[in-house]
Design a protein around this ligand. Structure first.
Ligand SMILES: NC(=O)c1ccc[n+]([C@@H]2O[C@H](COP(=O)([O-])OP(=O)(O)OC[C@H]3O[C@@H](n4cnc5c(N)ncnc54)[C@H](OP(=O)(O)O)[C@@H]3O)[C@@H](O)[C@H]2O)c1
Length: 384
């Protein structure tokens, strides 16, 4: 996108054309916020004006976007005046309080938190999986839980051909899933461990260095499942549109900085050979097949980190099911990207396609005014 350096003020990016939306990022200083900035820049997302919002602690800091250093402002109830698109990544409480204010001010919200994911009126969207559901948004679109989003990119291409009847999953989740502070804590705990010094964790419940432990989300005393596991079950069912899909899952934190990995065993309606599964996945959008048995080379966080694609491999028939209908696979996806920022920007790209002419940006207030809500996303718009 051509830029006009002369036209830049410290808090605005001048974009060509009046159709470029004014964008706000809530939680711009966080782990997801940093990736949102990178994704908008890398994907050349049209931005007429960018407002960076965080807690009062960060007010006065600056963050770089394209050629400008932009100030971070403290989030308030009036932060959304003139904003067309608000990307939220500051936790569920902030989203619950401020997303309705953003919608009231005329913005469309793409929310990375769990605040609206269970709300049937709010579409829960992974563009490669269920882009069509976006058309019925009423101002807020929910981005799924990070591990659910990564998993469905791999599951959907198989499910479309052989419906999934049951899922058993185990996750290997990176520290960054708990935010920027947890990433830093993993580095510091590792340094302390190597020096032979004691380390007192403050963000995660246990020292992460050279350790694995059950996911830090609170455990439901009745079912024994933690919050992350419950989110995965509910959201995968919603994303695959199988409300009663039986799912069992164990979520684990591992000492990895970014990228969640998932071991999946999926029972299908009928057998699917590994060769068929491989060719379906090789052709699937957002997937990169990494399945080299001879070289023992399969998906790894070190190769998935910073990548847009979800790596999928270790494909084999699960021998625990004598019927031959169960497939085992291993997945690694950068959850800060496909599980958060990238998915949110892909949704925004679809919304932008919906929103002609600007400034409606597909907002419900424009329904019936020749606005955008009748638009169905095209395959080209969905492509990452
Ligand atoms: N990390 C992931 O992999 C991931 C994946 C999917 C979804 N999410 C969701 O995305 C959200 C952010 O996660 P994160 O990992 O980026 O967390 P993070 O690194 O801890 O960042 C949190 C962000 O929220 C801001 N914030 C905190 N309190 C605020 C307040 N009172 N008013 C305004 N802003 C406030 C922080 O600003 P300050 O810097 O000023 O404190 C920071 O920018 C969460 O809802 C999380 O569940 C995260």
């Amino acid at each position: 996108m051509p830029r006009d350096a002369e036209a830049q003020t410290p808090s605005s990016i001048e974009a060509p054309g009046e159709k470029a939306p004014a964008v706000a990022i809530v939680g711009a200083t966080g782990a997801v916020g940093a990736e949102l900035l990178r994704c908008l820049e890398k994907r050349d997302f049209p931005v007429r004006h960018l407002r960076l919002l965080a807690s009062p602690r960060s007010a006065g800091r600056t963050l770089r976007f394209r050629d400008a250093e932009l100030p971070v402002e403290a989030l308030t109830g009036t932060s959304f005046a003139g904003i067309d698109l608000a990307l939220f990544s500051a936790g569920a409480e902030i989203s619950r309080r401020y997303a309705p204010l953003a919608v009231e001010a005329g913005a469309v919200v793409v929310d990375n938190s769990s605040a609206f994911r269970k709300d049937p009126a709010v579409p829960l969207v992974v563009p490669e999986v269920n882009a069509a559901t976006l058309a019925r948004h009423c101002g807020i679109v929910a981005n799924p839980n990070c591990v659910a989003a990564v998993a469905v990119v791999a599951l959907a291409p198989l499910h479309r051909v052989r419906p999934i009847r049951r899922i058993v999953a185990s996750t290997y989740q990176a520290a960054s899933g708990a935010g920027a502070a947890a990433m830093e804590e993993l580095v510091r705990s590792t340094e302390a461990h190597l020096r032979g010094e004691p380390f007192e964790p403050k963000v995660l419940p246990h020292s992460a260095a050279f350790n694995v432990f059950s996911h830090n989300a609170a455990v439901d005393p009745e079912s024994g499942y933690n919050g992350e596991e419950l989110k995965f079950m509910a959201e995968v069912r919603r994303l695959l549109d199988v409300p009663d899909l039986p799912i069992g899952i164990t979520c684990i934190r591992v000492p990895v900085l970014r990228t969640h990995a998932i071991s999946l065993s999926i029972e299908l309606e009928a057998p699917l050979s590994t060769e068929e599964a491989r060719s379906l996945l090789a052709a699937a959008p957002g997937v990169r097949l990494v399945d080299d048995r001879a070289a023992n080379h399969f998906p790894m966080p070190s190769e998935a980190s910073g990548e847009d694609e979800v790596l999928v491999g270790r494909l084999r028939t699960d021998l625990a099911d004598p019927s031959g209908r169960t497939l085992a696979l291993f997945v690694a996806g950068d959850q800060l990207l496909k599980g958060a920022a990238l998915n949110a920007v892909q949704i925004a790209e679809l919304l932008l396609g919906q929103a002609m002419p600007h400034p409606s940006f597909g907002h419900p207030r424009d329904a019936g005014r020749g606005g955008s809500r009748r638009h169905s996303p095209s395959a080209r718009e969905v492509a990452s």
